[in-house]
Design a protein around this ligand. Structure first.
Ligand SMILES: Nc1ncnc2c1ncn2[C@@H]1O[C@H](COP(=O)(O)OP(=O)(O)OP(=O)(O)O)[C@@H](O)[C@H]1O
Ligand SMILES: [Mg+2]
Length: 504
């Protein structure tokens, strides 16, 4: 009996000694309240802001507000499996999403899980969604253009790689269309495009993906979707996740474009979450840090210094106005954060002037210096001529008699306006834009009926490729217009406009 006990004790000692156990802390609290996409938990005194919390059902949440012992948490899942009294574990981590080439061509949710029918994402690594922006010494000047393929923007409001440009306008004025055309135009430029949908209907997102699949290079695009049906927490982090995915390419020395569609809906989701978590509301009931959270996000767009690889991240946030009110809280915030805005006006849209860019109220504070020399030379006087024409046109609406010179200015302005109208999904290559601007600049179109200008726009690409392929190739390559090529283009334009068929 005694022997048995000794043997048993020895065995127990041996097993304890062989055990490989370390003391560990688990940070476990209790759910106090849950509902509407948020939860309040207690008993997690070490939780930090933005820490990732894990619930019993495996779903996750983010600590958005810490008030004494109570932690206000935004749910990233639906919250159906969470109930009051359940356990919640602090992870000590912040939320991370997959990054890498494996995401290219994919549609994912805001945590990086696939939403298309493809295989699981093969990620390079997991990066935090909230990363600090590059400091001033890490940045370089914005020197390269980001062509949108939309003549009105590339000629008058040019964008540079690394810039932040707001696309703003009322609902249904073509904001998404501008962004999609810009993505499509990157099919030959090598820029990686990341589209973040915040609070959009699933059908709208599908249309965007389909358009890029049909006309663009979808194999260099990522779609991060926090659709309107998704939990508010998932909608809220979508732009951060998308930004992290885009930064991976920026930090590798590549050029990336981040479209956020749109930040007004993002602000509204953040307001909803903040009110539910009882953060003190400020102007228009938005929490006081709404400016900070948008500025911090957009600040991550940058052109990096050569020592860091020289990559760039261009941000194209979208924002919706109500009845054209640019002075509302969120629009003014965003206008002051970004390096310029493209304002789309409903009146122009209904008149058929699409893209409905109001040139007078749009500006690009950075891109001018990056504009391709070929376009710059031709568009210097364009903006002035165009705005003068718009003023004069208002005048003549009242039936005022005008002299010959004014009539000339008006006819010229009408031609400018005509070449700026551009259908969706058909961004113009550089040489095409140069030829159009050259035709206007030289007054070749002034005596030609407006409907023939439309034909010119539609057929010009094919005509140029046939009539002067070498000039086209040189313009595309050097981005400038040599004298010889200019003469070639003018000759080709002359032939085109004099074609008997075109005159019929
Ligand atoms: N350049 C264009 N030429 C012809 N149609 C266009 C053009 N741009 C946009 N549209 C059409 O206008 C409609 C509204 O465009 P879009 O959805 O881009 O606007 P939005 O401002 O993003 O709208 P929302 O407020 O719903 O987000 C769409 O049906 C689109 O096809
Ligand atoms: Mg839209």
């Amino acid at each position: 009996m005694h022997d048995d006990l000794t043997r048993w004790l020895d065995e127990a000692r041996r097993r304890v000694a062989a055990m490989d156990a370390e003391p560990a802390f688990e940070h476990v609290g209790v759910v106090e309240r849950v509902g509407d996409g948020v939860a309040t938990v207690r008993g997690l005194p070490w939780t930090r802001l933005n820490e990732l919390l894990e619930f019993e059902d495996g779903s996750q949440g983010l600590a958005l507000r810490i008030d004494g012992d109570a932690v206000g948490c935004v749910l990233l899942g639906g919250g159906a499996g969470i109930s009051a009294g359940g356990a919640v574990r602090g992870t000590g981590e912040i939320i991370r999403v997959p990054v890498g080439e494996g995401l290219l061509g994919r549609v994912v949710d805001s945590t990086g899980q696939p939403l298309d029918d493809g295989p699981p994402i093969a990620a390079e690594r997991l990066d935090p969604t909230d990363r600090p922006a590059p400091g001033i010494v890490d940045r370089d000047l914005v020197t390269q253009p980001l062509m949108t393929g939309l003549a009105v923007i590339d000629a008058m409001i040019p964008l540079g790689r690394g810039q932040r440009e707001l696309v703003i306008g009322d609902r249904k004025t073509g904001k998404t269309a501008v962004a999609v055309d810009t993505i499509i135009n990157q099919r030959d430029s090598g820029v990686v495009c990341v589209y973040a949908a915040v609070g959009q209907k699933a059908s709208t997102v599908n249309q965007v993906v389909d358009a890029v699949r049909r006309y663009g290079a979808i194999e260099r695009c990522i779609f991060v979707v926090g659709e309107s049906e998704a939990p508010p927490g998932a909608q809220w982090i979508a732009p951060y996740a998308a930004c992290t995915m885009a930064e991976y390419f920026r930090d590798r020395g590549q050029d990336a474009l981040l479209v956020i569609d749109d930040l007004t809906k993002h602000a509204i989701v953040y307001r909803q979450l903040s009110l539910l978590l009882r953060k003190p509301p400020g102007r228009e009931a938005y929490p006081g840090d709404i400016f900070y959270i948008h500025a911090r996000l957009l600040e991550r767009a940058a052109k990096l210094a050569a020592s860091l690889g020289g990559g760039s991240l261009t941000a194209l946030p979208l924002a919706e106005t109500l009845a054209g009110n640019l002075t509302a809280y969120i629009p003014t915030n965003l206008i002051s954060i970004t390096d310029g805005q493209i304002y789309l006006e409903p009146k122009l849209f209904y008149e058929g002037q699409k893209p409905a860019v109001n040139v007078g109220m749009s500006v690009s504070r950075v891109g001018g210096q990056t504009q391709a020399p070929a376009i710059k030379a031709l568009s210097e006087s364009l903006r002035l001529e165009y705005t003068q024409f718009l003023e004069l046109e208002v005048f003549t609406r009242f039936g005022a008699m005008v002299d010959e010179r004014t009539r000339g200015t008006i006819e010229h302005g009408r031609r400018i306006r005509a070449i700026l109208i551009q259908p969706e999904f058909r961004p113009y290559p550089l040489a095409h834009q140069v030829a159009l601007l050259l035709a206007v600049h030289e007054g070749l179109l002034d005596a030609i009926p407006l409907d023939r200008v439309d034909r010119l726009k539609a057929d010009l690409g094919a005509w140029l490729a046939e009539a002067c392929p070498r000039a086209v190739a040189r313009i595309q390559e050097t981005q400038s217009l040599a004298d010889g090529d200019r003469a070639d283009l003018l000759a080709a334009l002359g032939d085109f406009l004099n074609r008997p068929a075109a005159g019929a």
